[in-house]
Design a binder for this molecule. Structure first.
Ligand SMILES: [Zn+2]
Ligand SMILES: [Zn+2]
Length: 63
């Protein structure tokens, strides 16, 4: 079951991708943890969510 967990973050080209825009995430994107739940998105999408006023985590709906 451990392999299944790894596949959640990125199963394309071996690199993790942003679940919102499907762009590959760089180390800078991976370094930031916007939510304690471990959900990760790229910087662009993070800014998007912040600018739109909806600062909720898409995964767990917490701020
Ligand atoms: Zn993104
Ligand atoms: Zn979250």
């Amino acid at each position: 079951m451990e392999e299944r967990q790894r596949a959640v973050l990125g199963d394309e080209d071996g690199g993790p991708t942003c679940p919102l825009c499907c762009e590959e995430m760089e180390s800078t994107d991976l370094a930031l943890l916007p939510c304690p739940c471990g959900y990760q998105i790229c910087l662009l999408c993070l800014h998007k969510i912040r600018n739109e006023g909806n600062k909720q985590c898409p995964a767990c709906r917490s701020e």
